[in-house]
Design a protein around this ligand. Structure first.
Ligand SMILES: Cc1cc2nc3c(=O)[nH]c(=O)nc-3n(C[C@H](O)[C@H](O)[C@H](O)COP(=O)(O)O)c2cc1C
Length: 206
């Protein structure tokens, strides 16, 4: 399975296409050029805070590439690269939003349509979402599952700090949908894999 999926508004949001757009390896050197002021590391750590409300613009393609590269520099026992990064933008958020809404309806069948719709709206409000999954390699003799999940969590935190350092508002979410097999499937993950972060990235609404 591939490591990075970049789903833009031009991509029809189906599992097959998500996988078709996957990229081989995160070990690339980004050609991202710093066009502005970036925070020092300790400033970024010390000022990191969640952004509850986001709007556009989201990160540019070059900035997204920089965020993915930062994620890919996470510590990783056995160099398994268990993380799976899926960038959802524009109309491509819809497949994810649909899956989250379906999961909610399945959990609470008595919900009204507008209550299910609010699940979709939560996704649509963010210009860019990076889902950090963990595709656990269970044939690894020396790296237990928890260490692979921790590596994916470290990748998520790298990504959060990098986005914050570039000036974006960020919110790390999971919620019940993150544990739903249908939602995982939309991202190319197996039922036993994990979604460790649904990272919303955009412009902070004051
Ligand atoms: C793995 C993980 C999952 C989270 N899931 C949610 C979530 O679904 N909804 C939510 O409101 N906060 C969630 N949070 C917490 C927020 O991202 C946030 O960290 C918390 O509200 C504290 O605010 P702060 O980041 O500004 O310090 C999650 C945090 C982590 C680490």
């Amino acid at each position: 399975m591939e490591e990075v999926s970049i789903i833009s508004s031009s991509a029809a949001a189906t599992r097959a296409q998500i996988i078709a757009e996957s990229r081989e390896d995160l070990g690339f050197i980004s050609d991202f050029q710093d066009s502005g002021v970036q925070m020092e590391l300790f400033d970024a750590i010390d000022t990191r805070v969640s952004a509850a409300r986001l709007t556009g613009p989201g990160p540019t393609p070059a900035q997204i590439e920089r965020l993915l590269a930062a994620a890919g520099h996470a510590p990783d026992h056995g160099r398994l690269k268990p993380w799976r990064l899926t960038v959802l933008e524009g109309a491509a958020r819809e497949a994810f939003a649909d899956a989250a809404a379906n999961a909610k309806r399945a959990r609470v069948p008595t919900l009204l349509d507008e209550q299910v719709e609010s699940e979709r709206e939560k996704i649509r409000r963010s210009p860019c979402i990076v889902v950090v999954g963990c595709a656990v390699k269970r044939d690894s003799a020396k790296v237990p599952e928890i260490e692979q999940v921790l590596a994916a969590g470290a990748a998520a935190q790298n990504l959060f700090l990098a986005a914050h350092a570039l000036g974006f508002g960020v919110m790390w979410k999971t919620g019940a949908a993150a544990y739903d097999a249908g939602v995982k499937a939309v991202l190319g993950l197996l039922p036993d894999d994990h979604i460790v972060a649904v990272m919303h990235v955009g412009t902070r609404v004051a």
